[in-house]
Design a protein around this ligand. Structure first.
Ligand code: PEP
Ligand code: MG
Length: 316
C-alpha cells in the first residue's frame, strides 16, 4: 500500500454530515493487532482473550498474560483497546477447570458466570490487564452479562485489583449485550456500565433460540432478524438515556451493508474483523445520520430477516 493510501485508511471515520463513528477491529492474537492497524482500525473493539486460555494444561500466569496484553497494546500504538474478560465454558473444555459436561453449554456456566465462579482466574486477568495496558488506552468488557448484579460483582473485583496495584485511574468497564436479558435491561446496565457493546452472534443465538454450534440450524442465526434489531434498538435507547455509548462487536459489524442500519439504531462504534475495516469505513463515510435513522425505522417495521436483507440491498 502506498503511504497516501495508508494515511487515508488510517484517518478518523467521519460521516457525510460530520458525525464521528469509531471503526475498530476484533482481535484474537498478537499478530491481529498489527494487521488491524495496517487496515486502518482506530482501535480494538473486542480482544477475545480466549486464545490465551485454550489448548493448554494450566491457566496462563499473570506474567504471561501481562506480556501478551502489553504486546497488543503496543502494536495498537496507543489506540483504545477493549479487552474482553475470559469467555469460556462447557463448549470449550479446558483441563484445568474441571468443568462438568453440560447438556446445554450455551445456556451453561460460560462467560461472566464462569469468571464469578472462579474469581481467582478473573482477578489474575484483571491484574494482568491493569499492569500492561496504559490507563488512557484501556477499557475492559464483560461477556454474557444478564443483569447489573454481575456487573457489580466484576466491578468489585476490578476495584480490588486496582487497589492492589495502587492505581486510582478510571478504567472504563463495559458490558456486552449478547443476551436478550441484557438488551431489555440495557437502561439499568447503562446506569453503572461505562459503555455497552452488542455481541450480535450470541444475541441472535439467544433471541432466535438457535444453537450457533449446531450445523443443522446454525444457518438460522441471523443478526438481521427484526427481533434482533428490536433488541439492539432497545439496548441503544437504554444506553442513550444514561448518556453512555453503544458499539457493535458481533459479526454484523463486519458487513458494510449493515453499517447504515447499525448507526441508525444508535451505534457509534463498529468493531469488525481487520480485513473488513477499510470497506466499513468507506461505507460509513457516505452516510448521514438522518438517512440511517430513516432506514432503521423501516427495518424495524419489517417481519423477517429476508425482508430486511432486501431493504439493505435496495439502499446500497
Ligand atoms: C458475539 O457473541 O457476537 C461476540 C462478539 O462474541 P463471540 O463471537 O466471541 O461469542
Ligand atoms: Mg459472544
Amino acid at each position: 500500500i502506498r503511504s497516501d493510501q495508508q494515511q487515508a485508511a488510517a484517518a478518523d471515520c467521519i460521516m457525510a454530515d460530520g458525525t464521528r463513528i469509531e471503526v475498530f477491529a476484533n482481535l484474537g492474537s498478537v499478530e491481529d493487532a498489527a494487521r488491524a492497524v495496517e487496515y486502518g482500525a482506530e482501535g480494538c473493539g473486542l480482544l477475545r482473550t480466549e486464545f490465551l486460555f485454550l489448548d493448554r494444561p494450566a491457566a496462563p500466569t499473570f506474567e504471561e498474560q501481562r506480556d501478551v496484553y502489553r504486546s497488543i497494546a503496543q502494536a495498537l500504538g496507543g489506540r483504545p483497546l477493549i479487552v474482553r474478560t475470559l469467555d469460556i465454558g462447557g463448549d470449550k473444555p479446558v483441563p484445568y477447570l474441571d468443568q462438568p459436561a453440560e447438556e446445554n453449554p450455551a445456556l451453561g456456566r460460560r462467560g461472566v458466570r464462569l469468571s464469578l465462579a472462579r474469581p481467582d482466574l478473573l482477578s489474575t486477568q484483571l491484574r494482568a490487564i491493569l499492569a500492561s495496558v496504559p490507563a488512557n488506552q484501556c477499557r475492559i468488557m464483560v461477556p454474557m452479562i444478564v443483569d447489573v448484579a454481575e456487573l457489580r460483582a466484576v466491578r468489585a473485583l476490578l476495584a480490588e485489583a486496582q487497589a492492589a496495584a495502587g492505581s486510582e485511574d478510571h478504567v472504563p468497564l463495559g458490558v456486552m449485550i449478547e443476551t436478550p436479558s441484557a438488551a431489555v435491561l440495557a437502561d439499568s446496565l447503562a446506569e453503572e456500565a461505562d459503555f455497552l457493546s452488542v455481541g450480535t452472534n450470541d444475541l441472535s443465538q439467544y433471541a432466535l433460540a438457535v444453537d450457533r454450534g449446531n450445523q443443522a440450524v446454525a444457518g438460522m442465526v441471523d443478526a438481521l432478524h427484526p427481533a434482533v434489531l428490536r433488541l439492539i434498538a432497545q439496548a441503544a435507547q437504554g444506553a442513550a438515556t444514561k448518556g453512555k455509548w453503544l458499539g457493535i462487536c458481533g459479526g454484523l459489524a463486519s458487513e458494510p451493508r449493515a453499517a447504515p442500519l447499525l448507526i441508525g439504531l444508535g451505534a457509534t462504534e463498529l468493531s469488525a474483523v481487520p480485513a473488513a475495516v477499510p470497506e466499513v469505513k468507506a461505507a460509513v463515510r457516505n452516510l448521514t445520520t438522518a438517512d440511517c435513522r430513516a432506514l432503521a425505522e423501516q427495518a424495524l417495521s419489517l417481519g423477517t430477516a429476508a425482508e430486511v436483507r432486501t431493504l439493505l440491498a435496495e439502499k446500497s
